[in-house]
Design a protein around this ligand. Structure first.
Ligand code: ZN
Length: 348
């Protein structure tokens, strides 16, 4: 089979690799669609992010769907032919975080396509995958395999909503409306947010944000004054989800968040300076959010039942043979939100 292997920055190759052996609790899957994520792009463009660097060749990718080809002898309930979304989260199950329900903080996590541990964890952009049966989530007949590959980024958004601790009836701002921010908006709608304002510095993501359920969109570059009304009386938003990872967005968030509001930082922003006086005086709850675990099942359920329609997020689908082209397209934020790779036989 072929896999998409990153050797270093700007060095991405389609290579022939061996299909791993099928274990008795495992499934052999023909991969259908794979979404290119921001972290995949960082590996491709810069060979990593922050202190994380690719030190040996690594297959990229962690947002995948597929069709089961074979099941190990111990697998129950999933048969060949089953269409599935694949969770890339593989916690150890034994560490103190797994034992207390914080699997996303697992000390032995083997998350697909991650150069954080060494040796690196190989990713899922390959024609075939052998997965643990517990990673497989069956799809409803009407849900396309392309949409199913959005379960992972939707899970990230749903975990962020969990971290906010309840948004029912709240006025919410989302800054940064790429695939994660936009899918998060779809989740917020389902979680009962009363009013959702979406902000970005480009129009393409804002159009998507509106399709995903935002009530108002603000382009911070061309209509920054539109945010002024939300600064009144110490700030108007009960919760802000900062999904851009940029310092200016975080500063806007602190200007418009209400006292005792919750600021969830979804974007990885590196090292940036914060106006601590605002955080202190407004008693802002500043909370990080990282990946997901149990939310993957919820994401698949929302997609299966049509409660979140992720289609507006997908801006291009590119054949596997042109995967390097797909990465270049995904890096062009003026025309791309989620770019997906279609693997061989993806129509099945
Ligand atoms: Zn663990």
């Amino acid at each position: 089979m072929r896999a998409l292997i990153c050797h270093a920055a700007q060095d991405l190759r389609l290579e022939t690799t061996e299909v791993p052996e099928l274990g008795e609790d495992q499934l052999l899957v023909r991969v259908a669609f794979g979404g290119i994520c921001g972290s995949d792009l960082h590996y491709f463009q810069h060979g990593g992010f922050g202190t994380v660097r690719i030190k040996h060749p690594m297959a990229l990718g962690h947002e995948v769907s597929g069709v089961v080809e074979a099941a190990g002898v111990q697998v129950r309930g999933i048969k060949p032919g089953q269409r599935i979304a694949i969770s890339p989260s593989r916690p150890c199950g034994n560490c103190r975080f797994c034992q207390s329900g914080m699997q996303n903080q697992c000390l032995g996590m083997r998350f697909y396509g991650s150069a954080m541990p060494f040796p690196h964890i190989q990713g899922a952009f390959s024609e075939k995958l052998v997965i643990d049966a517990s990673q497989a989530y069956p799809l409803a007949d009407h849900l396309s395999l392309s949409e199913a590959a959005l379960a992972e980024p939707l899970s990230v958004g749903l975990h962020a909503i969990q971290r906010a601790g309840g948004v029912l009836g709240k006025q919410v701002l989302v800054t940064g409306c790429g695939p994660i921010g936009s899918l998060l908006i779809g989740g917020l709608r389902r979680a009962g947010a009363a009013r959702i304002v979406a902000a970005d510095i480009a129009d393409l993501p804002l159009t998507c944000a509106r399709q995903m359920g935002a009530d108002e969109t603000i382009n911070l570059r061309t209509q920054s004054e539109a945010m002024d009304k939300y600064k009144a009386d110490k700030g108007q938003f009960d919760a802000v989800f900062e999904a851009s990872g940029s310092e200016p967005a975080l500063r806007v968030a602190l200007d418009v968040i209400a006292p005792r509001g919750t600021l969830i930082t979804v974007g990885l922003g590196g090292e940036i300076a914060l106006p601590m006086n605002q955080i202190v005086a407004k008693e802002v709850d500043l909370r990080g959010t990282f990946r997901f675990h149990a939310e993957f099942a919820t994401a698949v359920q929302f997609l299966n039942e049509g409660l979140v329609d992720g289609k507006p997020v997908i801006t291009a689908v590119v054949p596997f043979e042109r995967a390097v082209e797909a990465f270049t397209l995904a890096a062009d934020k003026s025309q791309s939100l989620k770019v997906q790779i279609a693997f061989a036989d993806a129509s099945a």
